[in-house]
Design a protein around this ligand. Structure first.
Ligand code: CO8
Length: 371
């Protein structure tokens, strides 16, 4: 069988943090920290925290704002992380709630009901509990059949999830699948670190995949998928279930997102460009055959570079749409937001590539054809 993407959905949290608001809160936090540690800073035992700046953020990343589920906690200089209401085990979890919202939009676009779904994959860069799988909770909430499971490939979770679902549809073991990416990055970003405090935002995306022959209106045939990984410590989060056994319960820096951004930039660019070039060559697709690139949304300069490398020229406006200026990096959801918001205008037969990259390292590409 052939697999097709027949619907996508994006849940965008209502609250927005502009760069100006973010920098104001960070600088207030830094000032308070420096006051609290004034003696130690004078003695040379503690390093003073430097201010962040809006100009730096825009120049280094292209990010102008980010959506978050709770901005008050993040912008409180005495807190600097979101505040989420504690939920009982009988209530929908936060990831399930945001994921279901995106799924409902995606199912409506596909023109199908949830009881036709026989696979739910919840693919995200952090899962809010160990078990039961969030995907199984979502399966129950929407009333899907079949089976469900969680997977985590950091920023490449969506494309790896799409390959997994597409493979099951191709072999016939599944007929209709949903890949959902609830990314609550605000809870694992370190907002007190100026090197990364501007990078991430919250969102949830969902992609409906069906056997191509079942697809109703316009859809995208999945021509081919490709995944690759290569181990690196340059993007890492050490929070995990072994924490307690190591007497490490305190608020350690490495329990949140950490990265060596410069190294990531330098090492991931060639990896991604080569991955895309090889995938295209093996599919017999030349740069001129591509109508659109929907890239992972981490950094504008990074995307400009990859677009130029893959196409062999500067991309035309609209050929490689960015959404990171509005959403920041939303981990695995970024390329799906770009696809969801910038694919309707393609015509029958047009080809495009969804490509994600990030921690692991991981790279995932999906070649699609408008049908
Ligand atoms: N304001 C002012 N100055 C700053 C700030 C700031 N906020 N931050 C840093 N500076 C200073 C630095 O201290 C440095 O000063 P100096 O030159 O004196 O040392 C100077 O500015 C330059 O700093 P950098 O070298 O760090 O700046 P870069 O130009 O490299 O830009 C970036 C930093 C934007 C981080 C860039 O390196 C980048 O985008 N790299 C790629 C990152 C990337 O794509 N990572 C992918 C991670 S996403 C992923 O895989 C998902 C993980 C799971 C999700 C986690 C969710 C929380």
């Amino acid at each position: 069988y052939r697999a097709a993407i027949t619907g996508t959905g994006v849940f965008t949290p209502a609250q927005v943090i502009t760069n100006a608001e973010l920098v104001e809160a960070f600088n207030a936090y830094a000032d308070r920290y420096n006051e609290r540690h004034a003696d130690a800073i004078t003695a040379g035992d503690v390093t003073a925290k430097a201010h962040s700046s809006v100009d730096f953020i825009v120049a280094a990343s292209g990010i102008e704002q980010r959506h978050v589920i709770d901005k008050t906690g993040v912008l409180d200089p005495d807190r600097m992380y979101p505040h989420f209401r504690a939920r009982s085990d009988d209530e929908p979890s936060l990831m399930a709630e945001t994921g279901v919202d995106a799924i409902n939009t995606a199912l409506a676009q596909a023109g199908i009901s949830a009881d036709q779904v026989d696979l739910v994959i919840c693919a995200a860069s952090n899962i809010e509990r160990a078990y039961p799988a969030v995907a199984v909770e979502i399966q129950q909430l929407i009333g899907a059949g079949g089976f469900a499971f969680d997977m985590n490939v950091a920023c490449s979770s969506a494309t790896f999830g799409i390959q997994t679902a597409a493979d099951m549809i191709r072999t016939g073991s599944v007929r209709t699948a949903v890949v959902v990416n609830p990314e609550i990055t605000s809870a694992h970003l370190e907002w007190r670190d100026r090197d990364c405090h501007f990078i991430f935002g919250d969102v949830a995306t969902a992609t409906v995949l069906q056997r191509a022959e079942d697809a109703k209106d316009s859809h995208f045939i999945i021509r081919s998928t490709r995944c690759a990984t290569q181990f690196s410590n340059n993007i890492r989060n050490n929070a995990g279930f072994l924490r307690r056994t190591r007497d490490q319960m305190e608020d350690r820096r490495d329990m949140q997102f950490m990265q060596n951004g410069r190294k990531v930039f330098k090492e991931v660019l060639p990896l991604v460009s080569q991955h895309m070039a090889d995938h295209m060559a093996d599919e017999g697709i030349g740069p001129d055959d591509l109508k659109r690139l929907w890239l992972h949304q981490a950094n504008k300069a990074m995307n400009d570079y990859i677009g130029k490398k893959v196409l062999g020229r500067d991309p035309e406006p609209g050929e490689q749409p960015n959404i990171l200026q509005d959403y920041a990096n939303t981990s695995s959801a970024g390329s799906i937001i770009a696809f969801s918001q910038h694919s309707e205008d393609l015509e029958r037969g047009d080809l495009g590539i969804i490509c994600s990259f990030g921690a692991g390292y991981s790279v995932g590409s999906v070649v699609v054809e408008r049908a």
